[in-house]
Write a protein that binds this ligand. Structure first.
Ligand SMILES: [Zn+2]
Ligand SMILES: [Zn+2]
Length: 243
């Protein structure tokens, strides 16, 4: 099982998961052209794309969806997400198999219709993914436990958000329980998982209220003594390929 974030953050989210029988795209927030170009930079070919699964209906996760659907790529999402998008797709069911991976959606706390994170299981290996969440609930922790690879949101630094230019209502939305995860909160959650995850990819970093260095530093401090590796997802280019 390999994972590569093709793009991450409010400018567009898309992440590839490679299973034994092909590729799954988690979210489609980039144009087909960008997806193709970035996939090939990461060493993947979208000719092997079997399905797209959505976390929720916000524009930064679905902007490129229409082209994918037109190309006949099956779309899977929760019933709430499909209804919010007015889409025909198939409801994602826990334990269903796509590209040789077993897939388990789990609810996350975010201001969308029925937002989820995903866990992918394959031959005893587990990948957990949760971005766009205002808080790490016990349900999220339950699914991230035992994952060797974790993709987790590190959206903002609380100090930068508070001091930054956003209007107050937007700040409270981002900080709130249905908003986005702060670096500190991501670090605390990962600390609880310590020893289990071998690789962690920090994702959905804000370009206004965070810096890559700050996200890495905050999480690394919380994970003091951890033997795994930390990676970053980027808005404009593919991440490293984690396997
Ligand atoms: Zn969102
Ligand atoms: Zn988002």
């Amino acid at each position: 099982m390999k994972v590569c974030a093709l793009g991450s953050g409010s400018t567009g989210n898309a992440l590839l998961v490679e299973g034994p029988e092909g590729l799954i795209l988690v979210d489609a927030g980039l144009s087909w052209r960008e997806l193709k170009a970035r996939a090939s930079r990461g060493g993947f070919s979208l000719a092997h794309l079997k399905a797209v699964v959505l976390t929720h209906e916000h524009a930064d996760h679905v902007r490129g969806l229409e082209t994918l659907a037109r190309r006949g790529i099956p779309v899977f999402a929760t019933g709430g997400t499909l209804r919010a998008l007015g889409l025909e797709g198939t409801a994602v069911v826990p334990g269903m198999e796509l590209a040789g991976l077993r897939i388990f959606p789990f609810p996350v706390s975010h201001d969308a219709a029925e937002p989820v994170g995903y866990r992918f299981d394959c031959n005893g290996l587990r990948l957990g993914l949760a971005t766009d969440l205002g808080q790490v609930t016990p349900e999220v922790m339950r699914h991230l436990h035992g994952c060797q690879t974790v993709v987790l949101e590190a959206n903002h630094d609380l100090g930068m958000l508070l001091a930054g230019p956003y209007p107050w209502p937007l700040k409270t939305r981002i900080m709130g329980p249905y908003g986005h995860l702060a670096n500190d909160a991501a670090g605390q959650a990962l600390r609880t998982l310590q020893g289990e995850a071998r690789a962690v990819l920090l994702a959905h970093l804000s370009q206004e209220n965070n810096t890559p260095a700050l996200a890495l530093e905050t999480v690394a401090l919380a994970l003091d003594g951890w033997k795994g590796r930390l990676y970053l997802a980027y808005p404009d280019r593919p991440s490293a390929v984690l396997s």
